[in-house]
Design a protein around this ligand. Structure first.
Ligand code: PMP
Length: 366
C-alpha cells in the first residue's frame, strides 16, 4: 500500500470547518454514453486540433520562461469574442481569465468573501458555489427557489435586503435546473444587493436571454459575469474560465491570484480555440434543438421536465432517483443525480447518445 496510508483524513490537523465535508464528486466512469457533466459532445474538428498543436509547438520552445502573468493577448481575444456575442463594448481591462470558471469564482470569493463575510445563492444551483465558499471560509447562505425551481424575484429582493450578503450568486441559465433570469429581474436583484453580484453564465451561449454584461457599466462596483470555455466552446479539458466586470474588479483579483496561474500552454491553446469560435459554436444551435427534442420526448413518456435554456435537462419524478440513476448506468448511460429528491439531470449529447438515453428512459420511466 502507499507509504503513509496508516493515516486517514480524521487523523489530520484539518481546519475544523472542513471536517465532515464532501469533495465535489461527479463520477468519472468509462461508459458508452457519458451525459453527466454538461460537456459539448462534439470533439474539436481536425483544423482546430492542428491549430492548437501548432500553437503549443511554438510555445514549447519558450517554456523555460514564465508565461505572460496578465494573459493580455488571451484577454484581448476574449474581450473581442464577448463584445461581439453580446453587443456590449468590452476591452482587455474588463476581462480576466483563469483555469476554469471554478478558479474565477474562487478568486472572486478570495477577494470579496472570506471570514466574517456572507455569500448567498438561490438553491438548487451549482454545487461548487457553497464548496468554494467553504474553502475560502465565506459563510454560505442558501436561499430556496420556488418548488418548480424558478426564482421568485420579489422574495429574493426581500431576502437580499434582510440578509445583506457580501456576495450573491445568480446562475443563469441555472445549473442543474436550466431556467435563465431576464435582465430586468437581474437588475432588481442587483439594486437590492448591497455588494457583489456574480452572474454565473457558464451556459449563456445556449440561452436566448440577454447577457448580464449589459449591466456592468450601470453597476461597476457590483456586477461580475462569469463565463467558461468548458461548455459551448467544447474546451472543458483545456480549463479556461473568464469573467467580465469593471476594470477595478480585475485590479481586486490581481491581489489574490497566484502569479503565472495560467500556463503558457493554456493561453496558447485557448487562443487557438477562440480563433475557431464560429465553427465550434455552430454546434450550439444543434445542441439546443436536440435539447428541445429530448425534453419533448421525455414529456411524452410522462416525465416532469423543467424548461431549460442550457445544454441539459432536469427531469423526474422518480420515487427513488438514485435507483433510477443506477438503471440508466446499467444501460451504459451515465447521467447525474444532483441530489434533488425525485429528479435527475441529463446532458444533451449527440443524436445517437440522446437516442440511447431516450431508449433507456422508455424502460425506466413508468
Ligand atoms: N458554473 C456552472 C454553473 C457550472 O455548471 C460549471 C461546470 N459544471 C462551472 C461554473 C465550472 O466550469 P469550469 O470550471 O469548467 O469553467
Amino acid at each position: 500500500s502507499a507509504p503513509g496510508s496508516r493515516a486517514v483524513l480524521a487523523d489530520l490537523p484539518l481546519r475544523d470547518d472542513l471536517r465532515g465535508r464532501s469533495p465535489y464528486g461527479a463520477p468519472q466512469l468509462d461508459v458508452p454514453f457519458p451525459l453527466n457533466t454538461n460537456e459539448n459532445p462534439y470533439p474539436p474538428p481536425p483544423e482546430l486540433v492542428a491549430d492548437i498543436t501548432a500553437a503549443v509547438q511554438e510555445i514549447a520552445g519558450t517554456l523555460h520562461r514564465y508565461p505572460d502573468r496578465d494573459a493580455i493577448a488571451l484577454r484581448d481575444d476574449l474581450a473581442r469574442y464577448l463584445a461581439e456575442s453580446t453587443g456590449v463594448p468590452l476591452t482587455v481591462a474588463n476581462l480576466w481569465a483563469a483555469n476554469g470558471s471554478n478558479e474565477i469564482l474562487q478568486q472572486i470569493l478570495q477577494a470579496f468573501g472570506g471570514p466574517g463575510r456572507v455569500a448567498l445563492g438561490f438553491e438548487p444551483s451549482y454545487s461548487m458555489h457553497p464548496i468554494i465558499a467553504g474553502g475560502t471560509r465565506t459563510e454560505w447562505a442558501p436561499t430556496p427557489r420556488r418548488t418548480d425551481f424558478s426564482l421568485d424575484v420579489e422574495e429574493a429582493v426581500k431576502v437580499l435586503a434582510e440578509r445583506s450578503p457580501d456576495v450573491v450568486f445568480v446562475t443563469s441559465p441555472n445549473n442543474p435546473t436550466g431556467q435563465s433570469i431576464p435582465l430586468d429581474d437581474l437588475r432588481a436583484l442587483v439594486e437590492a444587493a448591497p455588494g457583489i453580484v456574480v452572474v454565473d453564465e457558464a451556459y449563456a451561449e445556449f440561452s436566448p436571454q440577454e447577457s448580464a454584461v449589459a449591466l456592468i457599466d450601470e453597476f461597476p462596483t457590483q456586477v461580475i459575469v462569469s463565463r467558461t470555455m468548458s461548455k459551448a466552446f467544447a474546451f472543458a479539458g483545456g480549463r479556461l474560465g473568464y469573467l467580465a466586470a469593471a476594470p477595478a474588479v480585475v485590479d481586486a483579483l490581481l491581489l489574490v491570484r497566484l502569479p503565472y496561474h495560467l500556463s503558457a500552454l493554456t493561453q496558447a491553446a485557448a487562443r487557438a480555440a477562440l480563433r475557431h469560435a464560429d465553427q465550434t459554436l455552430a454546434s450550439v444551435h444543434a445542441l439546443a434543438a436536440e435539447r428541445d427534442r429530448v425534453a419533448a420526448a421525455l414529456a411524452v413518456l410522462g416525465a416532469d421536465v423543467v424548461p431549460s435554456d442550457a445544454n441539459f435537462v432536469l427531469f423526474g419524478q422518480f420515487d427513488d432517483a438514485p435507483a433510477a440513476w443506477k438503471s440508466y448506468l446499467d444501460e451504459g448511460v451515465l447521467i447525474r443525480d444532483v441530489g434533488i429528491p425525485g429528479f435527475l439531470r441529463v446532458t444533451v449529447g449527440t443524436p445517437v447518445e440522446n437516442d440511447a438515453f431516450l431508449a433507456a428512459s422508455k424502460e425506466i420511466i413508468k
